[in-house]
Design a protein around this ligand. Structure first.
Ligand SMILES: NC(=O)c1ccc[n+]([C@@H]2O[C@H](COP(=O)([O-])OP(=O)(O)OC[C@H]3O[C@@H](n4cnc5c(N)ncnc54)[C@H](OP(=O)(O)O)[C@@H]3O)[C@@H](O)[C@H]2O)c1
Length: 350
C-alpha cells in the first residue's frame, strides 16, 4: 500500500472523492494516462479500508477530513449533490481549487459552470475555490452548439437525448446487468430507472415535476443557458434513458439567428475544438455510442437542413458521458483555471 506522505514534487497533489464510483474511476484512468504519479493521488470514498489500482499501484481509499484536505492542491468531487454540499461546507473549503461534478452548485450565481470549448474565460476569472462541471448531456451539446452560436447565432434548440445507463452510476450499471440476465419484464425493483431499461427505453430521467418536465430536462435547459451565456435561449429537451452501457447521443434541432448553410456550419464544426466531424452523406459512419466509449471528442454527424424551416438545421452527436460528460471536462476545467499547475493533468487526446 502507498505511503500517502511521499509525493513527486513537480506534480500537484490531486484528490478524488468518490474515486471508486463510475465517474471517479474515469478520473483515475485519465489522471493515470496523464502520468500523475500514484503517490500524488489521494482517493476518498464513503469509508475507510478499500483500495484501488492506479497506474499499477495500490492506493488506499480514505475519508476526506480537514487534515487530508490540507495536503491537496486540487480536488475533484465525484459524489452526489448532498455529499458535495457537505464537503464544501467542511474540508473542501480549504482546498485551493475544487471542481464538482454534482448538480449542487451548478446554477449558483457565484460559481462558474464551465465547458472550456464554450466559456473558458469563466474558469480563468473565477474568484472562489469552486467550479462546477455540467450535466453529461449538457456538456456534449455545448461542444457542438458553441461553434454554431459563434458562426450564425442560436435562436432555438430542441433536443432529444439517448442516455446510457452508466449515467446513473454504479447502481445504473448493476440494474442494467441484472435486468439483462432475466426475461422478467416486471424486474425493475432495485433500479434507479423509472421502468425496466433492458430491451426498452425510459422517457424519464430524474424526478418528474408538477409541470411534467423531469429534473434532467430542467438541468439541460438551465445549464445550456448558463454555459452558452444566453439567458433567454429558447430550449426544449426530452431526456431518455436507453439500454447502452456508456455513451450519450443527442438529436439536436436548432434555428440560427443569421442566414447560413450546411456548408458553413460544417466548416464551423470542423474547425471547432473538442469535436470530430463525420460527413452526413453516408460516406463516413454515423456517430454511435460504441465509437465514443473511452474517447475524448464529441463525435458529430448527420448535419442537414430542415425542409421548410427557415434557418433550421438538424445534427446528431455521440459523446462519452464519463469522459467529456464528466471527468475529462472537469480536468480540462482545472487546466484552464490554473494552467501553470494543472495543464499537465490533461493527457494526450484519445
Ligand atoms: N455517471 C455519469 O455519467 C455522470 C456524468 C456527469 C456527472 N455525474 C455526477 O457525478 C457524481 C458521481 O456519479 P457516479 O455516476 O460516479 O456515481 P456512483 O458510481 O454511484 O459513485 C458515487 C461514489 O460516491 C461515493 N460516496 C457516496 N457517499 C459518500 C460520502 N458520504 N463521502 C464520500 N464519498 C461518497 C461512493 O464511494 P464508495 O464507493 O466509497 O461508497 C461512490 O464511489 C454524481 O453527482 C453524478 O450526478 C455523473
Amino acid at each position: 500500500m502507498r505511503d500517502s506522505r511521499t509525493t513527486a514534487p513537480d506534480w500537484p497533489i490531486v484528490g478524488v472523492v468518490g474515486a471508486r464510483g463510475v465517474v471517479g474511476s474515469a478520473f483515475c484512468s485519465i489522471l493515470a494516462d496523464a502520468g500523475l504519479p500514484a503517490e500524488n493521488l489521494r482517493a476518498f470514498g464513503s469509508g475507510e479500508g478499500a483500495s484501488l489500482t492506479f497506474a499499477g499501484a495500490d492506493v488506499r481509499v480514505g475519508v476526506l477530513d480537514e487534515r487530508a484536505a490540507s495536503e491537496l492542491d486540487l480536488l475533484f468531487l465525484a459524489v452526489d449533490g448532498p455529499q458535495s454540499r457537505e464537503i464544501m461546507a467542511g474540508p473542501g473549503a480549504s482546498v485551493p481549487l475544487v471542481v464538482d461534478n454534482s448538480s449542487a452548485f451548478r446554477l449558483a450565481d457565484d460559481v462558474p459552470l464551465v465547458v472550456p470549448e464554450a466559456n473558458a474565460h469563466a474558469a480563468r476569472e473565477h474568484h472562489g475555490n469552486l467550479i462546477a462541471n455540467p450535466n453529461c448531456t449538457t456538456a456534449a451539446a455545448v461542444v457542438v452548439l458553441a461553434p454554431i452560436r459563434d458562426a450564425a447565432g442560436l435562436a432555438s434548440v430542441d433536443l432529444a437525448s439517448y442516455q446510457a445507463v452508466s449515467g446513473a452510476g454504479r447502481a445504473g450499471l448493476d440494474a442494467f446487468a441484472a435486468e439483462r440476465g432475466t426475461d422478467d419484464r416486471d424486474r425493475a425493483a432495485d433500479s434507479p430507472f423509472h421502468g425496466r431499461i433492458a430491451d426498452s427505453v425510459v422517457p424519464q430521467i430524474d424526478v418528474l415535476g408538477d409541470d411534467g418536465w423531469t429534473g434532467e430536462e430542467r438541468k439541460i435547459h438551465a445549464e445550456l443557458r448558463k454555459i452558452l451565456e444566453m439567458p433567454d435561449l429558447d430550449v426544449a429537451a426530452t431526456a431518455v434513458r436507453v439500454p447502452v452501457h456508456t455513451g450519450h447521443s443527442l438529436a439536436l434541432h436548432i434555428r440560427t439567428v443569421r442566414e447560413t448553410s450546411v456548408e458553413q456550419l460544417e466548416a464551423a464544426l470542423r474547425a471547432a475544438p473538442g469535436l470530430e466531424y463525420r460527413r452526413a452523406d453516408g460516406s463516413e459512419r454515423h456517430p454511435m455510442p460504441l465509437d465514443v466509449e473511452g474517447r475524448d471528442p464529441v463525435i458529430v454527424g448527420r448535419l442537414r437542413a430542415i425542409p421548410g424551416r427557415e434557418r433550421g438545421f438538424a445534427v446528431w452527436l455521440s459523446s462519452d458521458n464519463l469522459r467529456k460528460g464528466a471527468a475529462l471536462n472537469a480536468i480540462q476545467v482545472a487546466a484552464v483555471a490554473d494552467p501553470s499547475r494543472f495543464a499537465m493533468l490533461v493527457p494526450p487526446p484519445r
